[in-house]
Write a protein that binds this ligand. Structure first.
Ligand SMILES: Cc1cc2nc3c(=O)[nH]c(=O)nc-3n(C[C@H](O)[C@H](O)[C@H](O)COP(=O)(O)OP(=O)(O)OC[C@H]3O[C@@H](n4cnc5c(N)ncnc54)[C@H](O)[C@@H]3O)c2cc1C
Length: 286
């Protein structure tokens, strides 16, 4: 494993180095995915560009919308007091990533760029209709997170482009979020299936106005269960409606069978966890 290590001290320098090295370079955030992939020989960048001395990338900003700098760690999300209400689902996603050591250094930007279909924070961001901002030689561009995720391990990031931030609107009104993860053990575990939900109810607290359901580890990328969302929107949020959404999500997902679980078991988990995540949102309105 031989490479040149760079420590840009400004965003402009990081973008410049990214553009100069293109596909020969890799940005380094927490390193919890990158270093392992380099050790295993899966990637062999000739230039590693640490982002740690670039100011501002680790900031959480709340101002009508939320802006998470790419270098915000899972630990920082867990500890952000402002996320304990309607954004509780984001905390629930962050607090089950790996173990303490991983969460102390692993970042939201790394979780997105790594593009694992089993990533835990990505489904919550998808349920929040998040957008991402990248900066490269051609300037800045903003894409929806959904269009950014292309296939396992691949995003729409152009060679050398730097992910700077993730943004989403602060949920308003009677809105709640929730995240559930099924794994074979409770820590240091890749999701067998994970589910993020966001629900908004009308003023009566009975009818669902808007629903988002995003699933991990059941498709080549983190996946929005749109049919299930459609079944909920405009209807009373009854237990049967939630079960129906679970069945629709299970029917629509495309899980694989692997060492962790069979495809059939993953579908059963989706059918069970979707209504459970929705019920958890519902309970948060009480
Ligand atoms: C033991 C262990 C357990 C884990 N458990 C979980 C888990 O439970 N759930 C889960 O979701 N993940 C898990 N992971 C994976 C990993 O910790 C997360 O995906 C983490 O968020 C990656 O962030 P990072 O900062 O470490 O990324 P890095 O390893 O630094 O980078 C990952 C990739 O993103 C690129 N990159 C990083 N930041 C940027 C940027 N700003 N712009 C452009 N490119 C960038 C890198 O070049 C690299 O290709 C685990 C990993 C380990 C080692």
């Amino acid at each position: 494993m031989s490479f040149q290590y760079h420590e840009p001290v400004s965003l402009a320098e990081a973008v410049d180095l990214g553009a100069r090295f293109g596909a020969d370079g890799r940005f380094l955030a927490g390193g919890t995915d990158l270093i392992i992939q380099m050790r295993r020989g899966k990637v062999a960048p000739r230039h590693v560009l640490s982002l740690h001395r670039v100011p501002g990338l680790d900031a959480i900003e709340l101002n009508g919308s939320v802006r998470l700098g790419a270098l915000v760690t899972h630990r920082a999300i867990e500890r952000c007091a402002s996320f304990q209400g309607r954004l509780r689902g984001l905390v629930e996603g962050a607090e089950v990533v790996g173990g303490h050591q991983i969460r102390n250094v692993g970042t939201v930007g790394g979780n997105i760029i790594n593009a694992s279909p089993a990533a835990d924070v990505v489904p919550v961001l998808l349920a929040l209709d998040a957008t991402i901002t990248c900066v490269g030689a051609d300037g800045e561009r903003t894409l929806t997170l959904e269009e950014f995720l292309l296939e396992p391990g691949r995003t729409a990031r152009r060679p050398g482009e730097l992910l700077t931030a993730v943004r989403f609107a602060v949920p308003q009104g009677r809105t709640a979020t929730a995240f559930l993860k099924a794994g074979r053990r409770r820590a240091m575990e890749i999701s067998v299936v994970c589910v993020a939900a966001r629900l908004t109810l009308d003023a009566t607290g009975e009818r669902c106005v808007e629903a988002r359901i995003a699933l991990g580890a059941v498709a080549p990328t983190t996946w929005r269960a749109r049919e299930a969302e459609r079944l909920l929107e405009g209807r009373p949020l009854t237990p049967e409606a939630m079960r129906e959404a679970g069945r629709a999500a299970a029917a629509g997902c495309r899980p694989i069978g692997d060492v962790r679980a069979s495809a059939r078991y993953r579908r059963l988990l989706v059918e069970t966890l979707v209504p459970r995540a929705l019920a958890r949102c519902r309970k948060r309105f009480e």
